[in-house]
Design a protein around this ligand. Structure first.
Ligand code: ATP
Ligand code: LTN
Length: 334
């Protein structure tokens, strides 16, 4: 048994990964992997809550697995797998459904945003999605869940569910997890609108820098990125756009925001954006090169995912059996 705490996190293979996903999530997964016992998942069951083109879903699933690897996750430190390869997730999700209230799911911010005024018409998967996420997490006895700020509420719900399960079925049935959310980078905002988070499902690609954007595209997108009124380069609540660009610069270059503010005092947006562009292009280049290598070698990824699913299933099945047994299910006869 490892004495290290366990982390679990998942990303949906539902579109173009962007620098928000990287700075808010993937980069931290890689940086902290030695400290933890790690499970990272490509959550394809979550992705289908919005209709996906089958060929695109297939490609994005493998692309996301490669993105995890290209960001530096080491398959000897980390169990990397595809959610649908471990059927315990949907089974646990079903059981947890009976511990969650309809009203609770209706109040989830992400549900309200995604369903908008058409709550009666969205598919039930969008509604139930946080329960599957809770199942993902508890199946691995995860202590911590590293995510961006937008997922805090879903991890809180997972805690409530785990506590209810423990109350009904006995302490120690499930581990109650905690969200691990970095102060910086947990909410990278859209380049076209700094009041909304950068998002894969944004209506325009000018909203985000995709991890696979080439240098010219990055240049164009940053040139077009909105700025605030007033010429000074400083962070502050009155300057959401520049604050966001400073955060991106700071995280990629590993230079604190106040140092950048000093460096650009008296300089204009043109200088700042030019340097920021170089920093983003140079930081993404090695990642993109590794991704191309991995894309050219699908057998390697397949082997990593196969072994990942086996390791994941071994853990998930013990937790599922623990819950089924305590619920009173007759366990399969051996
Ligand atoms: P969408 O924006 O379409 O809802 P998403 O990018 O939020 O998709 P995921 O791919 O599941 O959805 O997110 C993966 C991880 O990236 C999660 O931990 C999420 O919190 C984080 N994340 C997503 N957007 C941002 C952002 N703008 N800034 C920081 N972290 C983010
Ligand atoms: N709901 C998350 C993705 C997700 C997840 C998880 C994150 C699914 N299962 C388990 C952390 C742990 C999202 O939309 N970003």
């Amino acid at each position: 048994m490892s004495a290290k705490p366990t982390v679990f996190s998942g990303i949906q293979p539902s579109g173009n990964l962007h620098i928000g996903n990287y700075l808010g999530a993937i980069k931290n997964f890689a940086a902290n992997q030695a400290q933890y016992h790690n499970y990272f998942c490509v959550v394809d069951h979550h992705a289908i809550t919005l209709p996906q083109e089958p060929a695109a879903l297939r490609q994005q699933t493998l692309e996301l697995a490669n993105a995890y690897l290209a960001a530096g996750l080491d398959p000897t430190e980390v169990t990397l797998f595809v959610q649908s390869h471990v059927s315990e997730h949907t089974e646990m999700g079903w059981m947890l459904n009976t511990f969650v209230y309809f009203g609770e799911l209706k109040r989830m911010t992400q549900f309200k945003e995604k369903a908008g005024k058409r709550q009666e018409e969205v598919n039930v998967g969008i509604f139930d999605y946080p329960v599957l996420m809770a199942a993902d997490i508890v199946l691995y006895d995860a202590d911590f869940v590293p995510v961006g700020e937008d997922q805090r509420q879903h991890v809180e719900l997972t805690r409530d569910i785990a506590n209810r399960v423990n109350y009904r079925l006995g302490e120690g049935t499930l581990v109650v997890p905690e969200a691990l959310i970095k102060k910086e980078g947990a909410r990278i905002m859209g380049l076209d609108d700094p009041t909304k988070k950068m998002s894969k499902s944004a209506t325009t690609p000018r909203n985000y820098i995709a991890l696979l954007d080439d240098a010219d595209t990055i240049r164009q997108k940053l040139r077009a990125a909105v700025t605030d009124s007033g010429a000074d380069i400083r962070a502050g609540e009155d300057k959401p756009a520049v604050t966001n660009l400073l955060t991106i610069y700071s995280l990629f270059a590993d230079v604190p925001v106040p140092v950048l503010e000093e460096r650009y005092a008296g300089k204009g947006y043109a200088d700042f954006k030019r340097d920021l562009t170089d920093v983003v292009i140079d930081s993404l280049a090695p990642f993109q090169a590794r991704l191309r290598e991995l894309d050219a070698n699908p057998d390697y990824t397949a082997a990593v995912l196969k072994e990942g699913a086996e390791r994941a299933r071994a853990k998930a099945s013990t937790v599922l059996t623990r819950v089924k047994g305590r619920m009173g299910y007759v366990l399969p006869f051996s």
